[in-house]
Design a protein around this ligand. Sequence first.
Ligand code: PPS
Ligand code: ADP
Length: 197
Amino acid sequence: MANIIWHQTTITKADREKQSGQKGVAIWFTGLSGSGKSTLANRLEAALFAAGHRTYLLDGDNIRSGLNRDLGFSEDDRKENIRRIGEVAKLFVDSNSIVLTAFISPFRSDRLSARKRFEPGEFIEVYVKCALNVCESRDPKGLYKKARSGAIPFFTGIDSPYEAPESPELTIDSEHQTLEESTEQILLYLKEKEIIH
Ligand SMILES: Nc1ncnc2c1ncn2[C@@H]1O[C@H](COP(=O)(O)OS(=O)(=O)O)[C@@H](OP(=O)(O)O)[C@H]1O
Ligand SMILES: Nc1ncnc2c1ncn2[C@@H]1O[C@H](COP(=O)(O)OP(=O)(O)O)[C@@H](O)[C@H]1O
């Protein structure tokens, strides 16, 4: 961008890591509405927090009522939604947090653009896999019912596409795994990658 020059801060990401003993990463949940992103992200954050880690959870509905309150659900708005979340997540990672994001993030190209803003290993894509009919039967917010009645146009999985990840770092099968099993699966991955100890 013209006349904008990146300012290198005195305290670096490496300094922060050394002080805290944890690595900053983004755990990027993606999946249909009702697949379990929020439930799992909250459960995982609680486990990480209890173990003394610095964490933060960015959740769809909360961000959409503040930072992204100007955005709706058109393709362009979803793209901008995910772009901003990616930038915010990057700031949290720079600050040495484990940031968890729980957004449908339906488009592969947008998730890839977000990934590219991070260093290798910092962006952990977690696909919360769950069949549409199961998400629809859970319908925790009653939104599928509304979407089927025509009250919510462009609802993901019904009349707006969801592009499943092709090579996510982790796939969680929320139809067949319990919440505890899914949480353990992610914690194990974080330990294997030496993000937490
Ligand atoms: N048209 C349409 N399609 C999908 N979802 C809708 C829609 N309208 C409202 N909602 C509610 O908004 C939540 C999804 O917001 P996100 O920011 O995660 O969506 S996206 O990533 O920009 O696609 C989603 O929350 P989750 O159920 O937690 O996924 C819904 O509660
Ligand atoms: N194994 C599971 N993992 C996660 N959620 C589950 C599971 N089984 C049932 N659920 C339920 O499914 C719903 C998922 O809703 P939510 O977490 O809001 O999904 P999302 O954030 O993807 O829209 C919750 O009511 C949750 O209790």
